[in-house]
Design a protein around this ligand. Structure first.
Ligand code: HDD
Length: 696
């Protein structure tokens, strides 16, 4: 189902969509004669209070802002739909999972956590992955992240954690950065954060695209079937395009070159018809197996390793429609972990229990009162019928004499339904009223070590570099030292490498021996490769360019839904080697290599010479190389790297080949070289390439 087929949510929204086609009016519908000059006493006299149009216009403007989300303020979202592969009625009574014939409209909002609403898309941070399913049984929200664990085990610590990671209160510095003293001061004293900090220091924290990241429900939830039987469940979203990341240096530069990098990528992919896709998977654990793990299922700082419980694919999510209005839809959407439908229930995870309080509470403030579920994007497609009344901005006109239950005067309406109702899972609980953390929550290191052990060499190098960067930004040496001491429980070698980079003493002895276990599913080296949908390739061109070669590269990529842009020293028409015309897509001075996945330079002697003499073009190629991106150099286009360290890494005389460093060179453009370059783009990055000596 695509954009044109109008699902139930789309049809509902149609009533609210507004086009400004009528003449200009006030909010009360009165046509306005002049909106440039306020009403005044004399041409140079004072403005009159009776100018209701001017007052209304300015007043409304004054009230345009609402509080941003206290976390996850920066985000982007889209509509789409979810379809299960098969019926799951044996596990859950949830109707949206009952049959492949049921397709459910969704809205998904992706976000960073720490930054303000106007911050950049690519800081080192967790990404939110929040899905609202508009099911026939009411709205179901799966409010997850792109990492499968969390910083803390109990929601009561969430305000402390967020205060520590947000800009420091005395000077509100730094914006959207975890690299500062207060975060590391906090986590250094909270061993339970260690596992999540390993994920945060990994490449997961700098996704190339929202389309290329996993999502996780994090908590263990509970499926409940029609007979009331429960099964523990963890939710996974797996992107069709694989899980791919930026390079940290690149991510920092993107913040300046295009702060909207991930938002733009999502929006443009959908506009182009390259609809992002994820597979929903579930890990299922029978109730009787609750205690058969060496960690607690209720502890949100733990994963269930996929080798222990495989992920079963159960359905597909496709995003195929951009919102019409960012504020109305993406900003006003209100997620809440307690928005569940029959068949899905909670567990006693203390983090989840706190969330079930926090989300409703925050929406009441953020959206100005209790009627926020009536905002178009939040409205369920399921009928709403109850005795909740009044409140600010009540949009419903409830008819009838009664607004209480039970009643006879209103015919007993609304009555309780016999079927399809939400029934809380029956669970026996018994215990003293105490403030303690369960013994089963006390192992904070084993899974941090598991994660470390599971990474490829290049991923580990990135983790060490990330720790060095972050701790290197901390002013207090004691804060650095504490973090290193904590890492010594994860892996001694890791702790030593980090210590060496940040000028503190390396721990002399191993604290906790590395258990040696790993879980291959945790490494991005084992993700999907080869699908290059939506990848952006920069093709540097100048006057005199070999146009047939340029067009051949572009065609080969667009056949696979990737996009080649002709970047030239200036905008507009170029003359080609063949004395024709080629239109540049952009001047390369307006963009940067960090906004592209790969770079190609082709021949035409005049074009090659112009590019080779231009420092900006040379830097473009070197920078792409430094960020491990595929490079294609054809014919004399290769002269762009003359005199750089890259030249020494190319074969002196060459046929068509891809070097061990992942640069494809060809004496003339042919099918083989284009395909070789395309394959390199499908591999995302050439991580083995040495880049430390490249001065870009
Ligand atoms: Fe949260 C927003 C995800 C723990 C309190 N959270 C928020 C969003 C996501 C998450 C994706 C943005 C939703 C949107 O796009 O509007 N949060 C998580 C995950 C957690 C988590 C995966 C751990 C497993 N959160 C968490 C705790 C608390 C909160 C423990 C409080 C005790 N989160 C909130 C909030 C926010 C929020 C304050 C801010 C804006 C909002 O809810 O709508 O209520």
């Amino acid at each position: 189902m695509g954009h044109d087929e109008h699902d139930a949510k789309d049809r509902q929204l149609e009533h609210d969509r507004t086009d400004s086609t009528e003449p200009l009016t006030t909010d009360t519908g009165v046509r306005v004669e002049d909106t440039d000059n306020s009403l005044r006493a004399g041409a140079r006299g004072p403005t009159l209070l009776e100018d209701f149009h001017a007052r209304e216009k300015i007043t409304h403007f004054d009230h345009e802002r609402i509080p941003e989300r206290v976390v996850h303020a920066r985000g982007a979202g889209a509509y789409g739909h979810f379809t299960p592969y098969e019926g799951l009625s044996d596990l859950t009574a949830a109707h949206f999972l009952s049959s492949p014939d049921v397709t459910t409209p969704v809205f998904v909002r992706f976000s960073t956590v720490a930054g303000s609403r106007g911050s950049a898309d690519t800081p080192r941070d967790v990404r939110g992955f929040a899905v609202k399913f508009y099911t026939e049984q009411g709205n179901y929200d799966l409010v997850g992240n792109n990492m499968p664990v969390f910083f803390i085990q109990d929601g009561i610590k969430f305000p402390d954690f967020v205060h520590a990671v947000k800009p420091e209160p005395h000077n509100e510095i730094p914006q959207a950065q975890s690299a500062h003293d207060t975060l590391w001061d906090f986590v250094g004293q909270q061993p339970e954060t260690t596992h999540m900090m390993m994920w945060l220091m990994s490449d997961r924290a700098i996704p190339r695209s929202y389309r290329m990241m996993q999502g996780f429900g994090v908590h263990t939830f509970r499926f409940v079937n029609a007979d009331g039987k429960g099964t523990f469940v963890k939710f996974h979203w797996t992107p069709k395009l694989g899980t791919h990341s930026l390079v940290w240096d690149e991510a920092q530069r993107v913040q300046g070159k295009d702060p909207d990098f991930n938002r733009r990528d999502l929006y443009e992919s959908i506009e182009r018809g390259d609809f992002p896709e994820w597979e929903l998977g579930v890990q299922l654990v029978a109730e009787e197996d609750e205690h058969s793990f060496d960690f607690d299922l209720l502890d949100a700082t733990k994963i269930i390793p996929e080798e222990q419980v495989p992920v079963r694919p159960v359905g597909k999510l496709v995003l195929d429609r951009n919102p019409d209005n960012f504020f109305a839809e993406t900003e006003q959407i209100a997620f809440h972990t307690a928005n569940v439908v029959p068949g899905i229930d909670f567990t006693n995870d203390p983090l989840l229990q706190a969330r079930n309080f926090s989300y409703l509470d925050t929406q009441l403030l953020r959206l100005g009162g209790s009627n926020f579920q009536q905002i178009p994007v939040n409205r369920p497609v399921a009928p709403v019928s109850n005795n909740q009344r009044d409140g600010f901005a009540q949009h419903r006109v409830h008819r009838g004499q009664t607004s209480y239950y039970p009643n006879t005067l209103g015919g007993g309406c609304p009555a309780l339904a016999d079927e399809g109702v939400y029934r809380h899972y029956t669970e026996r609980v018994d215990g003293d009223k105490i403030r303690v953390r369960s013994e089963s929550f006390q192992d904070h290191y084993s899974q941090a070590t598991l994660f470390w052990n599971s990474l490829a060499d290049w991923e580990r190098e990135h983790v060490v570099a990330a720790f060095r960067f972050e701790l290197g930004k901390c002013e207090e040496l004691a804060v650095r030292q504490q973090a290193v001491a904590n890492l010594n429980h994860v892996d001694h070698g890791l702790a030593v490498s980090v210590a060496e980079g940040v000028g503190v003493a390396a721990p002399p002895i191993e604290q906790t021996p590395n258990h040696g276990r790993s879980s291959p599913a945790l490494s991005q080296a084992n993700t999907a490769f080869g699908d290059i949908t939506g990848r952006q390739v920069a093709l540097l061109v100048a006057d005199g360019v070999d146009a047939p070669a340029a067009e051949a590269v572009r065609r080969a990529f667009s056949d696979q839904h990737a996009h080649v842009e002709y970047l030239a020293p200036r905008d507009g028409a170029l003359h080609t080697r063949e004395e024709g015309v080629l239109n540049a897509d952009r001047a390369y001075t307006t963009v940067s290599s960090v906004l592209y996945d790969a770079v190609a330079v082709i021949g035409g002697p005049e074009s090659a010479q112009a590019l080779a003499e231009d420092g900006t073009a040379r830097h473009f190629v070197l920078e792409a190389y430094k960020h491990h991106k595929p490079v294609l150099l054809v014919a004399d286009g290769r002269s762009i790297v003359d005199g750089t360290p890259l030249a020494d890494r190319l074969p002196a005389s060459f046929g068509s080949t891809t070097t061990p460093e992942g640069v494809t060179v060809a004496p003339a453009l042919d099918e083989e070289s284009v395909m070789a370059f395309l394959r390199q783009v499908g591999l995302h990055r050439h991580w083995e390439r040495e880049t430390g000596s490249i001065p870009a």
